[in-house]
Design a protein around this ligand. Structure first.
Ligand code: SF4
Length: 276
């Protein structure tokens, strides 16, 4: 536990999570990673006067799963004395993931959900005036994302991967205090510390293309211990820096985008032609 805390403290320092008098938002889903990130950030921010922590949650509208996690998050935030804000896809997009999942669609449920969730969480952090947006991404998640971006030749997404060290208008810089902690260590830490978290998985998680990359990264780690660290280190060394100042904007909604139309707008127009 001490070793985990030490490495998280080092990441917090290296990523300048608490710089000056600032508001830091923490994206919390109720899983072990985000609940651990929130708990540790709360503990380490307590020593820093002027730092305000706000937990933000996107409610995707997944019955029997998200509703249970919202109770766990609300209770934990109350016990930590952290403000909690939650907004649903129903409010922001006008549909729930359950309705979208039941419709005939071109993509996996996660392909829509991940984009709209990132968008919503960023909007909530912007509204809160946050200088940083912390996520609970652990070492395994980060290595999987790198491999996914490589397999898809998605260099723009690779360049947008956190942690971000500079500000782009309309995008709250993301920080990842757990990015050097393997997933099994986060789980063990959460259990030993008594951090509450949701143990069940999303009913749509089987569809996620990430599952393939989870298997690949675990297999690599088994055969070549240390692979996860090497993958993340390589991505850090090669990834292009975020563009300075004004980033490209979506011609439809005006949000930061790597193309002329952002991913959310592309998906929204697809969904517009579906009956949900
Ligand atoms: Fe959304 Fe997929 Fe995650 Fe479920 S598993 S919450 S559908 S991204």
């Amino acid at each position: 536990m001490e070793s985990v805390e030490k490495r998280v403290r080092r990441e917090i320092r290296e990523q300048s999570v608490f710089s000056g008098n600032s508001t830091v938002c923490v994206a919390v889903s109720g899983g072990k990673d985000s609940m651990t990130a929130l708990t540790l950030l709360r503990r380490f921010s307590a020593m820093r006067r002027g730092t305000r922590l706000i937990a933000v949650t996107a409610d995707e509208g997944i019955s029997g799963y998200r509703s249970e996690s919202l109770c766990i998050i609300e209770n934990h935030c109350r016990s930590l004395g952290v403000e909690w804000r939650c907004r649903s896809f129903e409010e922001s997009e006008g549909f729930t993931m359950d309705r979208l999942a039941a419709a005939t669609r071109k993509r996996t449920t996660c392909a829509y959900c991940g984009v709209f969730r990132r968008n919503l969480i960023n909007s909530m952090a912007l509204e809160a005036g946050a200088s940083k947006l912390a996520t609970g991404l652990n070492l395994d998640d980060t290595a999987q994302s790198v491999m996914m971006n490589i397999a898809r030749a998605d260099t723009s997404r690779m360049a947008m991967m956190g942690p971000h060290d500079r500000v782009v208008d309309g995008l709250v810089p993301r920080v990842q205090p757990l990015r050097q902690i393997p997933e099994n260590e986060v789980l063990l830490y959460a259990m030993l510390s008594g951090i509450p978290f949701l143990r069940s998985s999303c009913p749509y998680s089987e569809e996620a293309s990430r599952n393939l990359f989870r298997t690949i990264v675990l297999r690599m780690e088994e055969e070549m211990p240390g692979s996860r660290y090497s993958i993340v280190r390589s991505a850090d060394a090669f990834s292009a820096p975020l563009p300075h100042g004004k980033a490209r904007r979506c011609s439809s909604c005006g949000s930061v985008s790597s193309g002329s139309v952002c991913r959310s707008c592309t998906l929204r127009s697809e969904i517009g032609s579906m009956s949900i």
